[in-house]
Design a protein around this ligand. Structure first.
Ligand code: HEM
Length: 400
């Protein structure tokens, strides 16, 4: 392999086509604050890989700001045009107010009916997949469940749901290296347009759903504008759909690669809640989060300058030997499991409870309904420097 310092960590192909475990290990131990140099007109950025550093940066929202963007593509491309208006890319009191308003819709109590519907949908999807004998798990079960959950939350009409899934898949990742940029921008536009229409309908006829909640909520004493409502719907669907799909497909891929763990889980000796956490650590669907330094920051013997882009690599932190025993083992019974898959601190994933419920439902159904799983063709990975995981997973499922 080329030397680590020659790699371009912003390159989607690098992440899709290589196992970077050794790279992350080298960075954690040799260069815990690494500078990825500029490439042509693209600015350079800092790379944090240790669990303790990543967690500390997530917590320190005063110095590591999100309101300039929170992923490499927008940060290096000149900033996020939703900055300051969409929850993940807001900071300070405005972020706290909007988050507080949205929390009402994301508490375990408020989500009880969505969780019931997830359990029903999971059972239906796993049963269907099994009856067909063979399926692409990443497209069928994993591809359907997260979108159904978010659509329940937003009360998106059933007729629109498939179209929305196609748009979200190509907005964040692509199936090939070539498909990347153009598909992605067209889909982002389509999603915004779709939610603009839905938000207008909900302003006229409000309900108990999250879109209606956003139209009513007040930040700094005023209601959100139409644009802010739309951007926050967009953030929920992009934040919750593709990520959870990758965790679910990654769960099955991991069970296929570790038959001992699959058997142990089937035998009933491992609590589903514990297994869910290891699936989250192992799959880490969002590779990194990005921040902008608000002031000069001294770290690991170097100085991050105010205005510099800093990336927090969840995928590297989740394999840090100083936070996990035997981090390179997939161990469904692992406790404690302080993974950073959902980030940490003020921006901790708002949909974590929902995502956990979805993964738990699918694991339970696989355990209770499926005797054997077999890969029938090679899995294919997503091309992205932000999302990580399996885009296509052809499997055969044999019923109990
Ligand atoms: C396995 C699935 C998921 C993963 C890996 C994931 C990961 C993350 C991460 C890493 C962040 C922090 C981003 C940052 O600090 O810049 C985040 C925030 C967020 N996530 Fe998730 N997420 C998942 C599922 C969901 C779901 C299901 C929803 C909603 C339906 C959701 C909605 C959000 C929102 C709104 C935020 C912003 C929170 C804030 O800034 O206060 N996520 N997520």
């Amino acid at each position: 392999m080329r030397s680590v310092t020659e790699l371009d960590l912003a390159d989607p192909v690098l992440h899709a086509e290589n196992d970077l475990s050794e790279v992350w290990r080298w960075l954690r131990t040799q260069e815990p604050l690494h500078w990825q140099p500029e490439r042509g007109s693209r600015p350079g950025f800092w790379v944090l890989t240790r669990h303790a550093d990543v967690a500390a940066a997530y917590r320190d929202t005063e110095r590591f700001r999100s309101d300039g963007g929170n992923v490499l593509d927008t940060l290096l491309g000149g900033g996020d045009n939703a900055a300051g208006r969409m929850l993940p890319v807001m900071d300070g009191s405005r972020h706290a107010q909007l988050r507080h308003a949205l929390m009402k819709a994301f508490s375990p109590r408020a989500l009880a009916s969505v969780v019931d519907s997830i359990a029903r949908a999971s059972r239906e999807l796993v049963t269907e997949a099994m009856e067909r004998g063979r399926c692409d798990f990443a497209r069928t079960v994993a591809g359907q469940l997260p979108l159904r959950a978010i659509c329940d939350l937003l009360e998106v009409p059933r007729a629109d749901r498939q179209q929305l899934l196609a748009m979200t898949s190509s907005a964040l990742g692509a199936e090939s290296a070539e498909g990347l940029a153009a598909d992605s921008w067209v889909s982002r536009g389509e999603i915004l347009f779709y939610f603009a229409e839905l938000a207008a309908r909900r302003r006229r006829e409000p309900g108990d759903d999250v879109v209606s909640l956003l139209t009513r909520c007040r930040v700094d004493g005023r209601e959100l504008t139409d644009e802010e409502v739309v951007l926050n719907c967009y953030s929920l669907i992009l934040g919750g759909d593709e990520t959870t799909r990758l965790a679910l497909a990654g769960a099955v891929a991991a069970l296929l690669e570790h038959p001992d763990q699959w058997r142990a889980y089937q035998a009933g000796g491992i609590a589903t809640e514990t297994a869910v956490e290891e699936v989250l650590r192992w799959t880490t669907p969002t590779l990194h989060a990005g921040r902008t330094a608000a002031v000069d920051i001294a770290l690991q013997g170097r100085t991050i300058r105010a205005g510099d882009v800093v990336t927090l690599w969840n995928t590297a932190a989740n394999r840090d030997e100083s936070a996990f025993d035997e981090p390179d083992r997939f161990l469904l019974s692992r406790t404690p499991n302080p993974h950073l898959t959902f980030a940490f601190g003020p921006h901790f994933c708002l949909g974590a409870f929902l995502a956990r419920a979805e993964i738990g439902a699918v694991l339970r159904d696989l355990r209770d309904l499926v005797a054997e799983m077999r890969l029938t063709a090679p899995a294919r990975r997503v091309y992205s420097n932000f999302l990580s995981g399996i885009d296509s997973l052809p499997v055969a499922l044999t019923p109990v």
